[in-house]
Structure formats: C-alpha cells, structure tokens
Design a binder for this molecule. Structure first.
Ligand code: ADP
Ligand code: MG
Length: 238
C-alpha cells in the first residue's frame, strides 16, 4: 500500500523547472532514500511534501488523503512528521524537559514519564538528560530532534540529510535509530548524500536529476547503474 504518492508534480521558479513531472510512490512500512547531485531538486521536492512550497501543478496523496493544498501543520495532524519542524528544540531547557514538552501533547502522568525514559534510552541521551539542549554536541542534538519529531507517533517520518555533519560512528548510530523506528512500524523518507547510510537503511532508493526521477531501485541496483554513476561525475555532493 502507498503511504505517499505524488502525481505529475511540478514546481517552477520563474523559468526554472525545479520539480519536473514527478510521480513518486512511497510504500507504507519502508525506508526510502532520495539521492541526487547538488541542485537536483531534492530539497524543493521535500518542501512540496511538507507544504512549505505550493506545486505549480500536480497532486500529493498521503495515506489516502489529498494533501496538495493542506498547510504544513495540517499535514502534521494527518500523521506526517519532520525533524527540525514541530516542535523545535528549546536550547535553554534540558534534554529531558524538551522531550517532556513534546510528549505532553500525547501523554500524561506515569505514561509520559515512562516514554521520556524510553526515548532517552533509545536515543542514547540518558547521560545528558539534565544538560541544556543548547549545549549538546551536533550528533546528540540531531538525535534529540529525531526524538521530538517522533513524539506524536507519526505514520511518516521525513528526514532531510539526517547525518549531515556527523562522524561515521554517529551516522551508523542514526541508521540504527531509523531502522528500529521502521521495525516498530514507521515509514521513513530520507534525503541523504551519505551512501554508507543509504546502504545501511534503504529498502528503496530514488535518484533525482534535473528535477526528474532519473532512476529507482534497491541500493545494489542503483550503485550498479552506470547511468547513475555518470550523473555524479565531476560533482561534489551537497
Ligand atoms: P538539491 O536539494 O537537490 O540540492 P534544490 O531543490 O535545493 O536542490 O534546488 C534545485 C534548483 O532549484 C537549484 O537550481 C536551485 O537554485 C533552485 N531553487 C531552489 N529553491 C529556489 C527558490 N526558492 N527560488 C528559485 N530557485 C530555487
Ligand atoms: Mg538540498
């Protein structure tokens, strides 16, 4: 079953055709990675999914609902969640307080306390639970943001470059977090440039090039595709 589908999605910025007739399907229960060279249109496509941009034409279906014209917060109410979005991190509060604030929208009392502890444990934030969120290292902050993003138990978790700026060890740990969330039933779409991460987590990979879906397949199929290798030649990843 499709969790998310776009039908002939287009976005123009003036004369630039940045999202070009994208018909994309994200199967429920999968981890799907979106890759592509710098300027391919990955972030623009992501913003269309979130509702931060309006498409020039086309349609977006999420879990059977046409969300094309819904605002970002309405998409979140439908079960979409994105790291860095709602709710943001409060730098001047502790890690534990941040999770409490996020989770109190769904839980209370002993259930809330238990879920805070479970997330601290799961995200390896136990040792820093009473530290101010603003003082966390880059990697730990990313994991807290994932914790905030999953606090409402979304059906779909959207991650835009979740491992940017991370060490290989932190990248691997992020992959394990994503795989565990998926094992618990969450569908994940990640824009990612780190191919070790893509190999670790992706059930399916889509390659964007000049705003179009250029190739799709498993990680093994994508890395074996000479056409895909060719579009990366001479390009640095973003
Ligand atoms: P990626 O995330 O794959 O690097 P982007 O979606 O950020 O690609 O950008 C794709 C193209 O669209 C680039 O040429 C970029 O300059 C252009 N673009 C992105 N956002 C805007 C905008 N708000 N206005 C005009 N052009 C934009
Ligand atoms: Mg981008």
């Amino acid at each position: 079953m499709a969790m998310l589908e776009t039908h002939n999605l287009n976005k123009h910025f003036g004369g630039l055709h940045v999202t070009a007739d994208v018909s994309f399907t994200l199967e429920a229960g999968k981890i799907h990675c979106l890759i592509g060279p710098n300027g391919a249109g990955k972030s623009t496509f992501f913003r269309l999914l979130l509702g931060e941009h309006q498409p020039s034409s086309g349609k977006i279906m999420f879990d059977g609902v046409d969300i094309t014209r819904l605002k970002p917060f309405q998409r979140i109410n439908q079960g979409m969640s994105v790291k860095f979005q709602v709710p943001g991190i409060f730098s001047a509060l502790s890690v534990r307080q941040n999770l409490e604030i996020a989770l109190q929208r769904r839980l209370e009392g002993a259930e809330l306390d238990a879920e805070v502890e479970r997330l601290l444990d799961f995200l390896q934030l136990k040792d820093v639970a009473s530290q101010l969120a603003g003082n966390l290292s880059h990697g730990l902050k990313q994991w807290l943001e994932i914790g905030m993003a999953i606090s409402l138990k979304p059906k779909l978790l959207l991650l835009d470059e979740p491992t940017a700026g991370m060490s290989p060890e932190e990248t691997h740990m992020t992959g394990e977090i994503v795989k565990q969330l998926n094992a618990e039933g969450m569908t994940v779409l990640a824009v990612e440039h780190d191919m070790a991460f893509v190999r670790q987590v992706a059930h399916r990979v889509s390659v964007l090039h000049f705003g179009r879906i250029f190739a799709e397949g498993t990680f093994a199929e994508i890395v074996a595709d000479e056409r895909v290798a060719a579009i990366y030649l001479g390009q640095s990843h973003d």
